[in-house]
Write a protein that binds this ligand. Structure first.
Ligand SMILES: NC(=O)c1ccc[n+]([C@@H]2O[C@H](COP(=O)([O-])OP(=O)(O)OC[C@H]3O[C@@H](n4cnc5c(N)ncnc54)[C@H](OP(=O)(O)O)[C@@H]3O)[C@@H](O)[C@H]2O)c1
Length: 331
């Protein structure tokens, strides 16, 4: 069923219980209703983020079931028909109509297409916020980025360059990913697997060490980042994959004059002016061709399960999109 003429029904990818990717069902359901301060968006594309995998298993945000997951969309705002992108902090993205906070919605300029806008907003704002607000990156500094071929990572590599990093070291697990991030401007690449990660990082960042370590993985990789930090370096904890977490003592940080800084995009979103300013900067860079999001694949609503498997299986490079109307066109 497509959204009916009266605009009351839509299709969505829904989970009825927490679990594996097999829990997704594509169903017809009523459209959401916008409350005060909210807008409805006729979605063209929805994004898939790594955190969605944790939401699906119930390890992260637990939404009331049945639940529509998905944290970012692009489409047309109901009422004025303007092209907008939005971040959804309560899910609802994998659907033909999404409800968004007006404060978490930004207009998309003409020079940026829907796919680019969507790929840039959640993951680009994360990369930009981490590097600038948490990392306080200064021109000439050495930056290392983990999961560098991923949705956040491949934008962080480009933004580090744009912000004047002296050297960018990109960690990615396969030769194809490392070739991809080299083409984006990484000076050095590194396989995060294998022994002596800290030593290999130290070699690549010699003689000074890493000034800003953007960590999207956690665990042993975060520890290696600390060990390779330059004096006054900043270790940014931006993401984790659910493995064992590292604990650092104050002494370990003090011994290196190092900073351990967390970053959560929610704190950017809580400041409407900050969020809008970052989105504008990202869109301007994209319109000028200085920042390019790679779209790994675009799947239909019925392909969300396969896309989750691909992300978990480390198969993707860049952003994964959902064309929420693809099935309708096909059928
Ligand atoms: N703090 C915030 O506000 C915020 C906002 C957005 C995202 N994040 C976090 O940023 C990270 C990146 O998010 P994303 O959506 O851009 O995902 P992503 O990086 O595109 O995720 C896929 C990649 O993660 C890497 N990876 C490392 N360890 C993995 C593992 N154990 N299992 C599967 N993949 C693994 C793989 O790259 P390799 O094979 O090259 O290792 C894989 O290709 C996530 O941890 C996410 O939660 C945080």
């Amino acid at each position: 069923m497509s959204a009916d003429a009266a605009g009351r029904g839509m299709r969505a990818a829904v989970i009825h219980r927490y679990g594996g990717p097999e829990e997704f069902r594509t169903v017809a359901m009523p459209e959401p209703v916008a409350g005060p301060g909210q807008v409805l968006i006729d979605v063209t594309l929805a994004g898939i983020n790594y955190a969605d995998l944790h939401c699906r298993t119930g390890e992260y945000e637990r939404y009331p079931l049945p639940a529509v997951l998905g944290a970012d969309v692009v489409g047309r705002r109901r009422g004025d028909g303007r092209r907008v992108a939005a971040l959804l902090r309560s899910g609802g993205g994998y659907a033909q109509v999404a409800r968004a906070e007006a404060a978490h919605t930004v207009e998309v300029p003409d020079g940026v297409d829907d796919g680019q806008a969507l790929a840039l907003l959640e993951q680009g704002a994360t990369a930009y916020g981490a590097l600038t607000l948490a990392g306080r990156l200064r021109p000439g500094e050495t930056v290392a980025v983990t999961s560098a071929a991923g949705g956040v990572g491949h934008l962080a590599v480009q933004l580090a360059r744009e912000l004047g990093a002296g050297r960018v070291i990109a960690l990615a697990s396969t030769p194809a990913k490392r070739e991809f991030v080299r083409a984006l401007g990484a000076d050095r690449t590194l396989d995060p697997g294998g022994p002596e990660l800290a030593g290999r990082l130290a070699e690549l960042s010699a003689p000074g060490g890493v000034d800003v370590f953007v960590d999207l993985v956690g665990g042993g990789v975060l520890r290696a980042g600390l060990d390779a930090l330059a004096p006054f370096g900043r270790l940014l904890s931006v993401g984790a994959r659910g493995g064992a977490e590292e604990n650092f003592s104050v002494d370990e940080l003090a011994d290196r004059s190092a900073g351990l800084v967390g970053f959560w995009l929610q704190h950017v979103l809580a400041d409407r002016v900050l969020f809008a300013g970052i989105a504008e900067r990202l869109f301007r860079l994209a319109a000028d061709g200085r920042l390019v999001a790679r779209i790994d694949r675009t799947v239909p609503l019925s392909g969300v399960a396969a896309a989750h498997r691909a992300l978990a299986g480390r198969e993707t490079m860049g952003k994964v999109l959902v064309d929420v109307h693809q099935e309708d066109r096909a059928g």
